[in-house]
Design a protein around this ligand. Sequence first.
Ligand SMILES: C[S@@+](CC[C@H](N)C(=O)[O-])C[C@H]1O[C@@H](n2cnc3c(N)ncnc32)[C@H](O)[C@@H]1O
Length: 233
Amino acid sequence: MGETTALRVRTVRRYTFQQSTDELEDLRVCIPEVMDSQYGMHVWPSAVVLAQYVWFHREILADKRILELGAGVSLPGVVAAKCGADVTLSDSAELPECLENCRRSCQMNNLHGVKVCGFTWGDISPELLTLPPVDIILGSDVFYEPEDFEDILTTVSFLLEKNPCAQFWTSYQVRSADWSIEDLLHRWDLKCVHIPLKSFGADSANLAGSDLPGRHTVEMIVLTSSNSSDPPI
Ligand SMILES: C[S@@+](CC[C@H](N)C(=O)[O-])C[C@H]1O[C@@H](n2cnc3c(N)ncnc32)[C@H](O)[C@@H]1O
């Protein structure tokens, strides 16, 4: 049941990621949300798809160093941490409320070792420069405002250059037929592999017990540096 504070409704959504065989092995996570039109306050449909991709790859995640960009309430990063990854969550350094949301999601899921950082896209800050190595970067629905695309790709390209074997796992919602993200990625000299939703069990309107994906068109891609010879996981 929701609770109203200063005209804002706070609620908690539950997600269940299923094992095909044993219900006891299912992963259940709770994500606290604020019903607010601001972007990083609740789970977006793309986040459920990316979280399902993370869950699908759970067996290779133990000890992987993972950074989530534009995490908001952090569903994919929380799932990765629950699967044993060493996770850092980030959102804009200028949006302390979103950084607080990252912390609240960790607390609610008893995740005590997850770090939270303010990384603003396009800003190669001292904190980003001194970030320890990463293996996987996550980002769900970070490609939603075309004016931000160059800034996101500046940050992602910087990280992939610094971590040549790293991969950027990103899901995005198709909102306009007018732009193609893949054209943009070719311009940035990033290798892009399109992952069919069916290949990781995400071709459904209802995922992890949530009807958020609904009828939205969500795409899943993996980006690597053009110098990387590793195939996507
Ligand atoms: C559409 S929301 C997606 C949130 C979350 N990843 C999800 O899918 O549920 C976009 C996220 O990007 C963050 N964001 C917006 N501008 C940003 C910037 N310039 N630098 C870093 N993060 C930013 C927002 O605070 C928000 O959390």
